[in-house]
Design a protein around this ligand. Structure first.
Ligand code: NAD
Length: 388
């Protein structure tokens, strides 16, 4: 159960780039970071439109002087203040991440960046080196990885409850963009523009989420992949609104990943089934408090968040906020991650001394690599391409 007394005093001084008025994801960051008092929003360059950003920031309660017209001014001015920000979250469209991350790390800030962190794995690796050089952390907002039952799944695989992993079946396939909504939705328009979104649409936007979940749960390393992708809404080409990926892992396990925005009728449909030699587990983000556990030859079980029989990582600190039976969801998952980021940024391990896990820059690099390799394969008639 979550322990409210585990706070950082004072809270980490925190700023935001992007996430301004009407943005899709800004509120999620503010909610999660400040939920348990670990971070405090002190400054922001919230919007491309400086005036709108300023009025938005002051409406959130910030002083006018700390609502900046752009991120460069914010990093420069904050560095001069004795109470300047120590960390920043970047919630802007994809094309800007690389430059803003670089500037933030140069300014000596810890960073939480939205995914995909860059357009190329080369740029992502540069950010990794820069973070090391600056002795700062770069975390990536794979927001679903804070669900307690994801940690239960990871621990079950690690303890051998499933036996050796054979098959990883992943999908994140919603139906929200089955028609050309981008005509009236600027938040979708940039997602299907290569100059802003990068080399992919659904693979980077949602495929990277489920890929990361299964990567951290199984610990498997991809050796090669083959990808087929298409734009059912033709104006989205060369970006895809549907993609299928086949994967081989170095262990001999195999996987499939379906990412789609045209799965008509589906709300979210982010799911995995991980099959081991003895048993399988299944999870669906629309029912995140349950993990289905099927042992061959036994009745299927549904494990419930908050239960005493769960392993430590799923039952411990920065996991459940309330007891068993009450539904927890997306905001708790994000808050759990921000809790882990706070520990990492302040140089602490987990409260219980176990190694601290969180989606770090390496997770970010692999997400970008997934996109890169899928494009490479899909544009050469789905040929198998090596992952590294
Ligand atoms: P959006 O278009 O809704 O909002 C973007 C915001 O950033 C706007 O307020 C805009 O004015 C501001 N902005 C743009 N360029 C800026 C700049 N240079 N400086 C300051 N502000 C700037 O976009 P969104 O849907 O919120 O997506 C933002 C990022 O979050 C994307 O990288 C996206 O992939 C990611 N995202 C992640 C999740 C998740 O689950 N982790 C969910 C949605 C979006």
């Amino acid at each position: 159960m979550f322990n409210e007394e585990l706070q950082f005093k004072p809270a980490i001084r925190w700023g935001m780039v992007g996430g301004g008025r009407g943005s899709q994801i800004g509120y999620s960051h503010r909610c999660a970071a400040q939920r348990d008092g670990l971070f405090k929003l002190m400054a922001g360059a919230f919007d491309l439109n400086a005036e709108r950003g300023r009025s938005f920031g002051t409406n959130l309660g910030l002083s006018t002087e700390r609502c900046y017209p752009d991120y460069t001014t914010m990093f420069t001015e904050e560095a001069k203040r004795p109470d300047g920000i120590e960390a920043v979250s970047i919630a802007t469209p994809n094309a800007t991440h690389y430059e803003i991350c670089k500037a933030a790390l140069h300014a000596g800030l810890h960073v939480v960046c939205e995914k995909p962190i860059t357009f190329t794995s080369k740029e992502a690796s540069e950010l990794q080196s820069l973070a090391e050089q600056q002795q700062r952390k770069l975390a990536v907002m794979y927001g679903y990885s804070g669900y307690p039952m994801i940690h239960q799944a990871r621990e079950m695989v690690r303890r051998g409850d499933l036996g050796e992993i054979r098959v990883v079946n992943m999908q994140f396939a919603h139906g929200s963009h089955n028609i050309e909504h981008e005509k009236n939705d600027p938040g979708l328009k940039w997602r299907v523009s290569p100059q802003v979104a990068g080399p992919t649409y659904v693979l980077g936007d949602i495929g990277t989420h489920i890929f990361y979940l299964c990567e951290m749960i199984t610990g498997l390393e991809v050796s090669r992949l083959s990808c087929m992708k298409q734009a059912f809404i033709r104006s989205r080409a060369p970006l895809e609104d549907n993609a299928h990926v086949m994967l081989e892992y170095t262990s001999g396990a195999v996987g499939t990943l379906w990412a789609s925005a045209v799965n008509a009728g589906a709300m979210h449909q982010q799911k995995f089934r991980i099959v081991g030699e003895k048993a399988s587990i299944e999870w669906w983000d629309e029912h995140p408090n349950q993990l289905r556990y099927e042992v061959q030859g036994e009745p299927a079980r549904v494990l419930e968040r908050g239960s005493a029989y769960l392993y430590n990582d799923a039952a411990g600190v920065a996991a459940s906020h309330i007891g068993v039976g009450h539904p927890e969801g997306y905001f708790e998952s994000w808050a759990n991650l921000y809790h882990r980021f706070a520990l990492a940024f302040t140089g602490q391990t987990s409260h219980d001394e176990s190694p601290l896990w969180y989606p770090d820059v390496y997770a970010g690099i692999n997400g970008v690599r997934l996109c890169e390799k899928c494009v490479e394969s899909a544009t050469s008639q789905s040929q198998w391409v090596s992952f590294y």
